[in-house]
Design a protein around this ligand. Structure first.
Ligand SMILES: O=P(O)(O)OC[C@@]1(O)O[C@H](CO)[C@@H](O)[C@@H]1O
Length: 356
């Protein structure tokens, strides 16, 4: 990943040395404190308490990966005065995906939506939002990515839509930019145009994270792409743009969404926001890990038990890219295990899980 960053940016010797030092530290060294003077220093001081000086290999994967991406921003000068201040180091990768043939095909496919019956359009929009999560660069750099889609191991689009009753404020905790965020805006448009939501809060990351994760600027980039395209994609883009302008859609970027913590530890202000939600939709693998707890749970552990900490109705739309999974039937687990595939980590299987 660091090689790809250095190939994508004309970083000078100082940044390249800092990135090399991070690679050395995180693969063979001990956890060192942040050495940049960023505004999030105090909050990271709390999040790194008790971890400094310990070998990275002893850290939980959730903690290590989060801290790695935060230190990577420090290394590239994201927070420092200079040419790279505020420059998203992953922007070239996101831009390439947004401008790819695959994304163009996805947007063109939206033209089929108006011809569908309502129930079929509901299903198509949810399926696109689920599978939009497959394309994520942090994962695609791993060895497991298979690129195939083997279907849902749990839940359905019908289960997702059954969660919505009295229209209220719906929150969507986004994951990746580009193609996944495009599908998320299509889902948000569907929530608003069918009256399932009076308003939507779209939560993105405050800083670049896990390569593909969406930050506020990515919302602008994706919206620009939708509005500038043609057909239904453009119509959806204009409706989303209008909803942003009249306040029916709000974008938020709470610091906790880049924390090395599970959602059971979320701060009171964020918990209060979700407590008043009609439904909260969590997108993607990392959000799922943070939601259910990043543990080797028994996969048959009830989803409702794993998310009992969350204060309101929720849905998880996730492609499986890591080991943590709950809410599966014993038959499903044995049939998947007998299939001999790395179904938990290769990104070929997905799920829709809800708790009212
Ligand atoms: O949340 P996403 O984008 O669906 O997936 C992100 C993710 O799969 O990438 C990492 C692999 O490097 C995992 O730790 C993490 O869960």
């Amino acid at each position: 990943m660091i090689e790809r960053l250095c190939a994508a940016h004309p970083f000078g010797p100082d940044v390249r040395e800092a990135l090399t030092a991070l690679l050395e530290e995180s693969t063979r060294g001990v956890v060192e404190p942040l050495d940049d003077d960023a505004p999030d220093h105090d909050v990271w001081a709390a999040w790194t308490e008790g971890q400094l000086g310990r070998p990275w290999a002893e850290m939980s994967f959730l903690w290590a990966e989060s801290y790695f991406f935060r230190k990577l921003l420090g290394a590239t000068g994201y927070f420092a005065p200079g040419p790279w201040r505020g420059v998203d180091p992953f922007a070239p990768m996101k831009r390439a995906e947004l401008g790819s043939d695959g994304t163009a095909e996805t947007l063109a496919a939206l033209d089929s939506l108006p011809q569908l019956a309502d129930a079929d359009r509901d299903t198509a929009v949810v399926q696109a939002a689920v599978w939009g999560n497959q394309a994520d660069l942090a994962f695609q750099l791993s060895t497991d990515a298979s690129g195939t889609t083997s279907g849902l191991v749990s839940g359905s689009a019908e289960e997702f839509w059954s969660l919505f009753g009295q229209a209220g404020q719906v929150h969507l905790v986004a994951d990746n930019a580009a193609g996944e965020l495009s599908a998320d805006l299509v889902l948000i448009d569907r929530l608003l145009t069918t009256g399932r939501a009076e308003a939507v809060v779209l939560h993105v990351k405050p800083n670049p994270y896990y390569v593909s994760d969406a930050i506020p600027n990515d919302v602008i980039e994706v919206l620009h792409q939708l509005v500038g395209s043609a057909g239904e994609a453009s119509a959806i883009g204009h409706r989303v743009q209008d909803a942003l302008r009249d306040g029916r859609i709000a974008v938020r970027a709470h610091p906790f969404f880049c924390a090395p913590r599970e959602f059971s530890d979320m701060p009171d202000d964020l918990r209060a926001e979700f407590s008043s939600a009609a439904v909260t939709i969590f997108k993607g693998d990392l959000n799922y890990r943070r939601l259910v707890g990043d543990r080797h749970w028994e996969p048959t552990r009830p989803f409702a038990d794993a998310v009992s900490h969350f204060p309101s109705p929720l849905a998880a739309l996730r492609v499986l890219k890591s080991e943590a999974v709950v809410g599966l039937s014993a038959d499903t687990v044995s049939s998947l295990d007998e299939g001999g595939e790395a179904w938990r980590t290769q990104g070929s299987h997905a799920l829709v899980q809800t708790r009212s």
